[in-house]
Write a protein that binds this ligand. Structure first.
Ligand code: GLV
Ligand code: MN
Ligand code: MN
Length: 412
């Protein structure tokens, strides 16, 4: 019975945790930081050591490849991402990449000949310090000029960072692979939420991934003397931003229970004890698995926000800086994951992912599926993020089995 090599997988995971390790015990590997680049080089070295081919595409995606006997065979992608949020956890993305690499090694060791090539891929900038899903959108042929012109991390930073690592903005789109060259995409990931733990399920079978919309808001009032400006004549930008943060929470809770909304940052200028804030910049993100709910929430929120800002004497500017559409994942792939788990005696739960993933970019062009393993207390994007090793190992074995079943049933 084919299985991953648990010791080899664990040694790799531990080695990866050391790259960009933080004092709090997590990792900080934001896109193209030194730690991120080191992790990617480490990944290629491990692939070479395993006798696999390696490739880096025009969007900087890093891959290990186990070729098929027939050179024209399509490729089954297994992957995730090695970048992290600032001060993130050790498992988000990293588990999926080392498990994908291990799945290739296990197939190689077993000497199996498959009708498809297997490729373990580390996608560029999943977390979005620059754009978000940059590498997977490029591979899917869905990287738009609009996204590149108004990226989440700011245009200047995107241009500078691409130059820093020798990538050309004009060529990013060359990473596109024609859908007929793909046999599917499978991603193992930690759940990052509490459902599997709550249901005591060992393996999550992801049915859909929530969409997300990101915005920058600018509230502009007037910076004035904090001692002499009467309370009644202030145009305090921070108060507008604060009111807006409450409006987001109340609107979502009262009227859009299937959505979540987050104000992730408020920056105030001039930022002093003795000056009424003249400007407040705010980052907003809305998510839901239902696109029409996002449309309705967005419309209602911004209508109320403009009204509230005007009555506070503030100007409000809203800029859209990112959009990932909600997607449903492939039914045949879900069934393959379920069978793989059942064969191993593992319990499963079907669930929707509230977090974004590269699978979301690939689902429109190829059969895409995701395997989740339980997160302790649902904590993620934090150094305390944790998944027990046994769950990680189970997830890797389900990934391997699902990959083999999809590879073998692929017409090639
Ligand atoms: C990525 O992890 C996201 O959901 O923001
Ligand atoms: Mn992730
Ligand atoms: Mn993440």
């Amino acid at each position: 019975l084919i299985a991953v090599n648990a010791d080899r997988l664990r040694a790799d995971f531990r080695a990866l945790c050391e790259i960009g390790r933080t004092q709090a015990g997590g990792v900080s590997r934001t896109t193209f930081s030194d730690a991120h680049l080191d992790a990617r080089e480490w990944f290629l070295r491990r692939a070479v050591a395993a006798g696999l081919e390696t490739r880096v595409d025009a969007a900087g995606n890093h891959s290990a490849v186990l070729a098929a006997a027939r050179s024209s065979a399509p490729t089954l992608l297994l992957g995730s991402h090695l970048d992290s949020v600032p001060d993130g956890g050790r498992f988000d993305g990293a588990l999926g990449v080392v498990a994908a690499l291990e799945a290739l090694r296990a197939v190689n060791d077993a000497g199996l000949a498959l009708p498809v090539a297997l490729e373990a891929i580390d996608f560029t900038d999943e977390e979005g310090s620059l754009v978000g899903l940059l590498g997977s959108l490029a591979l899917a042929g869905a990287l738009t000029q609009e996204l590149l012109e108004a990226p989440r991390g700011g245009r200047e930073s995107l241009v500078a960072e691409l130059a820093r690592v020798g990538l050309s903005e004009a060529q990013l789109k060359d990473a596109r692979r024609p859908p007929e060259a793909l046999a599917g995409y499978l991603e193992l990931h930690i759940e990052q939420g509490p459902e599997l733990q709550r249901h005591r399920a060992q393996i999550g079978v992801v049915t859909a991934i929530a969409g997300s919309r990101s915005f920058r808001l600018l509230f502009e009032g007037a910076a004035r003397h904090a001692g002499t400006t009467p309370m009644s004549s202030r145009r305090d930008a921070l108060l507008g931003a604060a009111r807006f943060a409450l409006l987001v929470r109340d609107t979502v809770v009262d009227r859009f229970p299937g959505c979540v909304g987050t104000v992730g940052a408020i920056e105030v200028e001039p930022s002093a004890f003795n000056v009424v804030p003249g400007r407040a910049r705010l980052l907003l993100e809305l998510r839901s698995p239902a696109a029409e709910q996002l449309d309705a929430l967005e419309a209602q929120l911004f209508r109320s926000a403009h009204r509230a800002a005007a009555s506070d004497g503030l100007d409000l500017t809203i800029e859209r800086v990112g959009r990932w559409d909600p997607v449903e994942l492939d039914a045949k792939t879900q069934a393959a994951i379920e069978r793989g788990a059942q064969d191993l005696g593992l319990s499963t739960l079907r669930l929707v992912s509230g977090a974004g993933h590269d699978a979301q970019a690939l689902a429109p062009v190829t059969r895409a599926g995701m395997i989740f393993v339980p997160s302790i207390d649902g904590i993620s994007h934090d150094p305390a993020e944790h998944t027990s090793w046994l769950h990680c190992l189970n997830g890797a074995n389900v990934l391997l089995r699902a990959a083999l079943s999809l590879a073998q049933s692929s017409s090639g």
